[in-house]
Design a protein around this ligand. Structure first.
Ligand SMILES: Nc1ncnc2c1ncn2[C@@H]1O[C@H](COP(=O)(O)OP(=O)(O)OP(=O)(O)O)[C@@H](O)[C@H]1O
Length: 265
């Protein structure tokens, strides 16, 4: 049932986008009241202003909600597999995970999560993310099409377990999303127990001067910046994979944009 919802949600979303783009806004002539005040327009403007502001703030929360709904609903993979064979679906894929040359422990992790085939974004992005020499990649696709799973697999594939320092750094816009993505890293890396993950989020206080030995760090921009620049827990020069999750939300949030750019430099 849960994987059904994953696939169905993608379908519904596509249908909604189409119907919204067909909508035509009718111009309504509003007459002033007896005092000459055009109430309808004033109220509409105010509402539009508020909606714009709120929309920005709510995007990270919405994204988290989508993830939570999906993860609670996924149960059988039949529908996903049907869609993954439909060339018009965003889940269409021709490859298998074996063809993506993942490490055996990661393949085990992927199958244990109930994934049988990569989605389109995974099939396209993973070979680029695992290429030698490493390349930069900006990936965009609908919500719920497997981007998180793709970059988590890329981080887990690049880590060298014997080297005990942070090698992959992932920035999330909120505390909750960082924990959520951390959970995916833990699940997918389950058969690679030597791989360790640290959370650079508020409340996780480490002692000054301490070095961390975890291979992957996931956190929010403010805390990650402190860990890199102020507290020197992380040596940014040793980072092999840098992920900016929900980059559109990060760019829309001024503070996060500045902090993310400073960390990336
Ligand atoms: N290849 C796959 N086969 C089956 N299920 C998958 C596959 N890849 C991801 N999923 C599942 O689909 C759901 C959505 O995946 P994921 O969170 O990676 O999407 P996303 O594109 O990052 O979503 P968002 O845009 O909301 O961040 C998750 O429950 C995940 O476990």
């Amino acid at each position: 049932m849960a994987t059904d919802s994953w696939a169905l949600a993608v379908d519904e979303q596509e249908a909604a986008v189409k119907s919204i783009s067909n909508l035509q806004i009718k111009e309504e002539k509003v007459k002033p009241d007896t005092n000459g005040v055009i109430k309808t327009n004033a109220t509409a403007e105010k509402t539009a202003e508020k909606t714009d502001e709120e929309e920005k703030e709510d995007r990270a929360a919405q994204s988290l909600l989508n993830k939570l709904i999906r993860s609670n609903l996924v149960d059988n993979t039949n529908q996903v597999e049907v869609l993954q064979r439909d060339p018009k679906s965003p889940l269409y894929s021709v490859k298998s995970f074996e063809e993506l040359r993942l490490k055996p422990q990661l393949l085990q992790g992927v199958y244990a999560m109930g994934f049988n085939r990569p989605s389109k974004i995974q099939e396209n992005a993973l070979p680029m993310m695992l290429a030698e020499p490493p390349q930069n990649l900006i990936a965009q696709s609908q919500s719920g099409t497997g981007k998180t799973a793709a970059f988590v697999l890329a981080m887990l594939s690049r880590v060298e377990p014997a080297e005990r320092y942070p090698q992959c750094l992932c920035l999330s816009p909120t505390y909750e999303l960082a924990l959520q993505t951390g959970k995916v890293i833990e699940q997918m890396g389950k058969f690679h127990p030597e791989l360790k993950l640290a959370y650079a989020v508020r409340g996780n206080k480490l002692e000054r001067g301490q070095k961390i030995s975890e291979h992957i760090v996931i956190g929010t921009p403010g805390t990650v910046l402190d860990w890199c620049a102020k507290l020197k827990f992380i040596d940014p020069k040793k980072i092999k994979v840098f992920v900016l999750d929900e980059a559109d939300v990060m760019i829309a949030t001024q503070g996060h944009q500045d902090q993310s750019i400073r960390i990336q430099r």
